[in-house]
Design a protein around this ligand. Structure first.
Ligand code: UDP
Length: 237
């Protein structure tokens, strides 16, 4: 496989990738390992934007299922992503990677507000920009936030780090013959309802020609390998 010619990438991490074995929402050792993956990608010469989810702490849907107002729950979910973003920033700075956190919900004493031009400047200066609070609006997810930021920041690809090594034609946990796609079209993902990201995120990537690379972030060194065109992944394009 030849290495794709990406320069600027957006890495989407689910909040769950920061969780440890003991059920700790943000496990420092796990977060440090994820930070090292990001540092290694940076070392390879990529410009990196990061969007972190909040599912390890709170999801608005879960609140709504227990009778909470959905929008209120979603705001709580967005605040959870800010905590995760700060944890990732902290872990990156401990290994001397320069970062900035920008939040879609302004909170001036905690981090910068999202300002596209300023984020561009950070990237040019070699900083990793971590986008928090998703889109800033309820009824969306951080997948949609990631697709939106990838388009705004002119990223060449959206890398979705999960705990599976790509997109399968059936659930590999229950169907032993399930096959992993090397590449699959946006339209197949949407039509077959393949679990990659939510439909609005897929459609936004499709409409802006942003390939989505799905890979397992839990495999040590896999992000660097996938970026070099060697690791295991599925590209949605
Ligand atoms: N959320 C939201 N708008 C956004 C992004 C996130 O309302 O633009 C809320 C929503 O409640 C979501 C939660 O924040 O469930 C955490 O984000 P997400 O579920 O996408 O996190 P992940 O599954 O990636 O950890």
């Amino acid at each position: 496989m030849t290495a794709p010619s990406y320069k600027r990438i957006l890495l989407k991490l689910s909040g769950e990738v920061l969780m440890g074995e003991g059920g700790l929402a943000i496990d420092p050792a796990v977060t440090a390992r994820v930070a090292q993956e990001i540092a290694d990608a940076k070392e390879q010469g990529f410009e990196l934007c990061v969007v972190v989810g909040g599912g390890n702490i709170f999801r608005g849907m879960a609140g709504a299922a227990r009778g909470m107002d959905r929008a209120t729950g979603d705001y709580m979910g967005m605040l959870a992503t800010v905590m995760n973003a700060l944890a990732v920033q902290n872990a990156l700075e401990q290994i001397n990677v320069q970062t900035r956190v920008q939040s879609a919900i302004p909170m001036a004493s905690v981090c910068e507000p999202f300002i596209r031009r300023r984020a561009m400047r950070h990237l040019e200066k070699g900083r990793v920009v971590i986008f928090a609070a998703g889109t800033g609006s309820p009824f969306f997810t951080t997948d949609s936030g990631a697709a939106l930021r990838a388009a705004e920041m002119k990223c060449d690809a959206l890398f979705k780090g999960t705990s599976v090594d790509g997109v399968y034609d059936a659930d590999p946990k229950t169907v032993p013959t399930a096959k992993r796609y090397e590449t699959v079209s946006y339209d197949t993902v949407l039509a077959d309802n393949l679990k990659v990201m939510d439909a609005s995120a897929i459609a936004l990537c499709r409409d802006n020609d942003i390939p989505i690379v799905v890979f397992n972030i839990r495999d040590h060194g896999n992000l660097a390998a996938v970026l070099a065109g060697e690791g295991i992944s599925t590209t949605v394009k």
